[in-house]
Design a protein around this ligand. Structure first.
Ligand code: ZN
Length: 301
C-alpha cells in the first residue's frame, strides 16, 4: 500500500520524485497530524507538553539543507545521534585546508531549528484542527525561552503546562527568505488544554526521518535521482521554512559571491551557538519548573 501511495503521489506531482526531507510526512499523517506554519501577522499557539514530563517540550534539530543536486535536507547524524556524518566530515576536512572556500565550509554547517507540537489558538476553528507540528527557526525558540522567564524575578514557568500554561503570541512579518522576522513574543492566559489534545502528542522521533550515512553520502555526491521542482521544496515554501534562518545554502557557492557570506549567521553555526542541552538558563530550568509546577498541583508526572 505504501508503494502504491508513493507512486500515486509522484504521479500527482507530474512524475517528479520527491526531495528528501527530514519530517516523515506519512508518519505524521498516520497519526492524524499536519504541519503548521506561522501566518503573516499575529499568531497564537499553545504548546502541547511532552508525554514524558521530564523532557523539554520542544525538540532541537540540526539540519543540513540543499545537499546535492536534488537539494535534499537531512538531519545531521553527528549532532542528532553522535554517529558519523559525511557532510560534517567533509566540512572538518575542508577546515584543515587553508585553500578551502570559506563559503563552502559555512554552507556545510547544520542549521539549528526547533520542533513543537502546538494547537493554533487563533480562533475556534483553528483550535479544532487539533495538534500540529511547528518546525521553526531558532529565533522562535529564543522568544519562547524568554517568555518562560520572568524578567524581574528570573523565575521560570512552564508555558506548556496542561492547566497553568499560557498561549504564546507572536508576530510574523514577511514570508520570504530575507524578510521573515518573528517578533513581539508575549503570553496570554488560556483555558486548560483538553484531553484530546493531551492524549495526542507523539515522540518527536516518530515523525523524524533519519537518513543513513550511505544515503547522505550518495546525495552529497550528487547521486540522488530527484530532479527539478520537488515535494520537499514545496513543503519548505508552504511552511515558510524558506524563512530567514533557513535560507537555502548553495552546495557549490560561487567563489567570492558577496551574498553568500550572509548565510553564515550565528544561528546556523553550531560553533557559536550555545547547546540548549548545556544551557542552564533555558531548557534545564524549564524542565525543573515543569516538575515543580506538577508537584505543586499534585499531578502525577
Ligand atoms: Zn552533519
Amino acid at each position: 500500500m505504501k508503494a502504491i501511495r508513493e507512486e500515486t503521489e509522484i504521479a500527482d506531482r507530474g512524475g517528479t520524485t520527491s526531495r528528501r526531507w527530514y519530517v516523515n510526512q506519512s508518519a505524521l499523517e498516520a497519526r492524524g497530524l499536519k504541519m503548521w506554519a506561522a501566518k503573516k501577522g499575529v499568531n497564537f499557539i499553545s504548546i502541547v507538553p511532552p508525554q514524558d514530563p521530564t523532557r523539554y517540550f520542544g525538540q532541537r534539530i540540526h539540519v543540513h539543507y540543499n545537499i546535492g543536486a536534488a537539494q535534499d535536507a537531512f538531519l545531521c547524524p553527528l549532532e542528532m545521534k553522535r554517529i558519523p556524518c559525511p557532510i560534517c566530515e567533509e566540512r572538518k576536512r575542508l577546515q584543515q585546508d587553508s585553500e578551502a572556500d570559506q563559503n563552502l565550509i559555512s554552507s556545510l554547517r547544520p542549521t539549528i531549528r526547533y520542533l513543537f507540537f502546538i494547537v493554533d489558538m487563533k480562533d475556534r476553528s483553528t483550535a479544532e484542527e487539533g495538534v500540529q507540528l511547528f518546525d521553526c527557526p531558532f529565533t522562535v525558540q529564543q522568544g519562547i525561552i524568554k517568555l518562560s522567564t520572568d524578567s524581574r524575578t528570573g523565575e521560570v514557568t512552564d508555558i506548556s503546562d496542561p492547566a497553568a500554561g499560557k498561549t504564546v503570541v507572536f508576530e510574523r512579518t514577511g514570508m520570504g527568505q530575507k524578510d521573515t522576522r518573528y517578533l513581539g513574543f508575549k503570553i496570554e492566559e488560556r483555558e486548560p488544554l483538553k484531553d484530546d489534545v493531551l492524549s495526542k502528542p507523539v515522540e518527536f522521533g516518530e515523525v523524524l526521518d533519519f537518513a543513513d550515512e550511505e544515503e547522505i553520502s550518495k546525495a552529497f555526491q550528487g547521486e540522488s535521482t530527484s530532479k527539478k521542482e520537488s515535494l520537499g521544496h514545496e513543503i519548505a515554501r508552504e511552511l515558510g521554512l524558506d524563512g530567514e534562518e533557513t535560507k537555502p545554502l548553495p552546495s557549490q557557492p560561487p567563489r567570492g559571491g558577496d551574498d553568500i557570506g550572509k548565510v553564515d549567521k550565528p544561528v546556523s553555526t553550531k560553533e557559536e551557538q550555545p547547546e540548549p542541552s548545556s544551557n542552564p538558563t533555558g531548557v534545564d530550568k524549564l524542565e525543573e519548573a515543569r516538575r515543580r509546577i506538577r508537584e505543586r498541583m499534585g499531578k502525577k508526572s
